[in-house]
Ligand binder design. Structure first.
Ligand code: SF4
Length: 377
C-alpha cells in the first residue's frame, strides 16, 4: 500500500516555536486548493501501489472550508481507504464543520491541543485556549468521530512536573484513542529561541525533561496505551496507519507546497514557496527536486526510523550483523555490530526474543545519540 499526504500551509498566525513551512496569506486558500487538485490529477499514477491512507496536514487544514476538504477527497477518491486523517486547530471547530468533514470522508481527527494550561498556550503563541480544546474533543465525539488523536507538548518554559501531570490527567479524561507528545524544540529563528537566547526565558533542564517523558510513558501505559513510536501512543488497534508508513518504508506521495514524497528509493519534494508552487502547477511544471537514496542512505534511514518504533530493528533484515551478506560485510558494519553489543551492555538497547533490537526507556532519553552512533558516514 501507499500513503498520500496533502499539505495545507495556512495558519492564522505563526506560533512562537514553529519553524514549519506555513503562510498567513489566507486569501490564497482557494487558489491553492485548485493547485493541489491539479497536482493530484497530474500525479495520480505515480504510486506503484494503491493508496490506502490519506493524511491532510499543515499548517492548519481546518482553515479550509468543509467544501474545499470535500473537493480534495472527491478528487482523490475515498473508496477502500483504511485511514483518512485531518489535522485541526481546536479554535476552528464547530459541530456543523465537524459533521460536514466527516461526511466528506474524514475518519480520523488529529487535534493540535498542545496543553490544557492557558498560560502555556499563550506562551507558545497558540490561538486557542484550554476550554476550546476540551470543547473541540467533545464536539468531535458528538459528530461521530471515534478515532481522535491529540498533540501534547512538554518541557515548556515555566512548566513543572505538577503542571505536566495535570495535562496528562486531563488528556486521559478525554477518552481519546491516540496521543502524540513532543518535547519543545528550540528551532533556529523562532521567537521562542530568541527569548531563550536573550535570557528572557529558562528552558526546562534535561533531567526534568526526561522525568516528564518517563511520566508520560508510564501513565499512558497504565491507561492501556501502546507506546508504539517514541512520541506516539495509541489504544490497541488505533496506531496511526499513515504515520506508520513513514517509519516502515512504505511509499508515500506528498501533494502541496513543501510536501515530500518517497517512492522506489527516490525522495522528492515540492518547492516550499506558495507562489513558486502554484505557478509551477498551473504551468504543469512541478519544479520538484529529488534524490536517489544510496545503500548508505537506506541503511541510515532504517536505523533512524526503526529505532524510533517499539518493533525496533530486525537483526536479520538490517545490515548490522557481520558475515551474513558480503555486501554488508564492511569494516563500518562490523563496527556498528560491536557498538550495538556495547549499547546493549550499557542498558540503552535490548535484544528481543525474535531477534530485534529495541531502545530501552533509558535509551529513548538519548535516542539521537544512539542513532548517530549507529549510522554509517
Ligand atoms: S498552527 Fe502549526 S504550523 Fe501553524 S504556526 Fe502553529 S505550529 Fe506552526
Amino acid at each position: 500500500m501507499a500513503g498520500l499526504y496533502i499539505h495545507i500551509p495556512f495558519c492564522k498566525r505563526r506560533c512562537r516555536y514553529c519553524d514549519f513551512f506555513s503562510t498567513t496569506l489566507l486569501e490564497r486558500r482557494e487558489e491553492y486548493v485548485q493547485a493541489i487538485l491539479n497536482e493530484i490529477c497530474l500525479r495520480r499514477d505515480e504510486a506503484s501501489e494503491p493508496v490506502r491512507t490519506i493524511y491532510i496536514g499543515g499548517g492548519t487544514p481546518s482553515l479550509l472550508t468543509a467544501e474545499q476538504v470535500q473537493k480534495i477527497l472527491q478528487t482523490i477518491g475515498t473508496d477502500e481507504k483504511e485511514e483518512v486523517t485531518m489535522e485541526a486547530n481546536p479554535g476552528d471547530l464547530t459541530p456543523e464543520y465537524l459533521r460536514a468533514i466527516r461526511e466528506a470522508g474524514i475518519q480520523r481527527l488529529s487535534i493540535g491541543i498542545q496543553s490544557f494550561n492557558d498560560k502555556l498556550l499563550e506562551l507558545l503563541g497558540r490561538r486557542h485556549n484550554a476550554a476550546q480544546a476540551l470543547e473541540a474533543v467533545k464536539m468531535a465525539r458528538n459528530a461521530g468521530f471515534n478515532n481522535i488523536s491529540i498533540d501534547l507538548m512538554y518541557a515548556l518554559p515555566t512548566q513543572d512536573m505538577a503542571l505536566w501531570q495535570k495535562d496528562i490527567e486531563q488528556a486521559l479524561q478525554l477518552g481519546v484513542q491516540h496521543i502524540s507528545s513532543y518535547g519543545l524544540m528550540y528551532e533556529e529563528g523562532t521567537p521562542l529561541t530568541a527569548l531563550r537566547d536573550n535570557n528572557q526565558l529558562t528552558p526546562v533542564d534535561d533531567d526534568t525533561e526526561n522525568m516528564m517523558y518517563d511520566y508520560l510513558c508510564h501513565q499512558l501505559k497504565q491507561a492501556g496505551f501502546v507506546h508504539y513510536e517514541v512520541s506516539n501512543f495509541a489504544l490497541p488497534g488505533y496506531e496511526a496507519k499513515h504515520n506508520s508508513s513513514y517509519w516502515n518504508g512504505t511509499p508515500y506521495i506528498g501533494i502541496g507546497a513543501g510536501a515530500h514524497s518517497f517512492v522506489g528509493n527516490v525522495r522528492s519534494w515540492n518547492p516550499s514557496n506558495l507562489e513558486v508552487y502554484v505557478r509551477g502547477i498551473m504551468a504543469q511544471d512541478l519544479q520538484r527536486e529529488s534524490e536517489q537514496l544510496t545503500k548508505k542512505d537506506i541503511y541510515n534511514e532504517r536505523i533512524m526510523l526503526g529505532l524510533r518504533t517499539c518493533r525496533g530493528l530486525s537483526i536479520d533484515e538490517t545490515p548490522i550483523k557481520p558475515r551474513q551478506n558480503p555486501d554488508k560485510n564492511t569494516r563500518q558494519i562490523r563496527d556498528r555490530y560491536e557498538t550495538i553489543t556495547r549499547l546493549c551492555d550499557e542498558g540503552l538497547l535490548r535484544q528481543t526474543d525474535d531477534r530485534r533490537i529495541v531502545a530501552t526507556q533509558e535509551g529513548l532519553h538519548v535516542l539521537n545519540r544512539i542513532i548517530t552512533e549507529l549510522m554509517i558516514e
